[in-house]
Design a protein around this ligand. Structure first.
Ligand SMILES: [Zn+2]
Length: 328
């Protein structure tokens, strides 16, 4: 359950595949920006690797798995931890949760190598004007940018929660030449894995320079609001007792994760990694506001760790005399 929101995506049974634009014969991209809704034409060099559904036939298109409410409650936290250069890890994440929902259409030359790898539709490349095979794909740069954005927001969120002024201070700097004159800038370097694009995730604030917590909070809230400007809506639905009620719906994985962060902020939620499987989990707080000592995500993980600790108890005593003998 994604914090009260309803969202779903599809994962083909045949999975996703990575391909290099040159090997696929990419001649151009059309990317529709989430914020502006405007389509932008990009050259083939705008991406170094593409992730796309490994589907070629009609049967493979229909053979897919729906992913919805069973999503991990702290998925945004897991996403922030992804290594943007690790194609295997990103592929695994997509296989479990779907694609991000970036509207990137790759146009490949026809006839060309792509036709053997993906079942696209016949179209015209807006860059070359030639006949093309068009299909939906997401680049490793798309993933890298959004991982960096979520990671920056999560880092700020946790530092603000922990009232960690010393951690926050180096992330902000006073600038006399900012977008709106002088102000405090948040500067976070985004290094794309393929070396394409990149830059600073900028933010500006006019509040007092000495109150870094307030500056960070303003920046974070603005960023979360901006990321939820589109892709989130409210629908009427029938609730309990057949009464009309409202339901928050998100379109795509990316707004779903930003909405999780939104709920984490409003609910002052805390997250910790399971000591056994390293999965992120929400930890509840008791009435005094102290976090409970929950160490494992499930009974399975608790038992697994307990078994291992038993094994190491048995191993330890026999190891000790050996070490002594060496000394003597
Ligand atoms: Zn676990």
């Amino acid at each position: 359950m994604l914090g009260g929101a309803s969202t779903e995506s599809w994962v083909p049974t045949s999975g996703f595949e990575w391909g290099e634009p040159a090997n696929l014969g990419v001649t151009g991209f059309v990317v529709t920006r989430i914020s502006s809704g405007q389509p932008v034409v990009q050259p083939p060099g705008a991406a170094s690797w593409l992730l796309f559904p490994a589907v070629r036939t009609e049967e493979e298109w229909t053979d897919r798995k729906r992913i919805g409410d069973e999503r991990v409650p702290a998925l945004f936290r897991e996403f922030a931890d992804l290594d943007p250069a690790d194609r295997t890890a990103i592929g695994k994440f997509a296989m479990a949760h779907g694609l991000l929902g970036i509207d990137r259409v790759a146009h490949c030359r026809l006839p060309g190598p792509a036709i053997a790898r993906i079942g696209g539709i016949e179209s015209t490349c807006p860059l070359t004007g030639n006949k093309s095979l068009a299909f939906q794909a997401e680049s490793i740069e798309d993933w890298g940018e959004h991982i960096a954005r979520v990671r920056a927001a999560v880092t700020l969120f946790e530092l603000i929660q922990g009232k960690d002024r010393n951690g926050l201070k180096p992330l902000f700097r006073w600038s006399e030449t900012g977008l709106s004159g002088s102000g405090i800038e948040f500067a976070w370097r985004y290094e794309p894995p393929g070396g394409v694009g990149g830059g600073w995730l900028m933010g500006e604030s006019k509040s007092a320079a000495d109150n870094v917590e307030e500056v960070a909070r303003q920046w974070l809230w603005k960023e979360v609001d901006r990321r939820l400007e589109s892709g989130v809506g409210v629908r009427l639905t029938i609730g309990r007792d057949r009464q009309p009620t409202s339901k928050i719906v998100t379109e795509g994985l990316l707004p779903s994760m930003w909405l999780q962060l939104h709920h984490a902020i409003t609910g002052n939620k805390h997250f910790r990694q399971c000591e056994e499987c390293r999965r992120w989990m929400e930890i509840s707080r008791d009435e005094e506001g102290l976090t409970t000592r929950r160490r494992f995500c499930s009974d399975t993980c608790r038992v697994r760790e307990w078994r291992r600790s038993k094994v190491s108890d048995v191993v330890k005593p026999s190891a000790r005399p050996k070490a002594k003998r060496k000394k003597g």
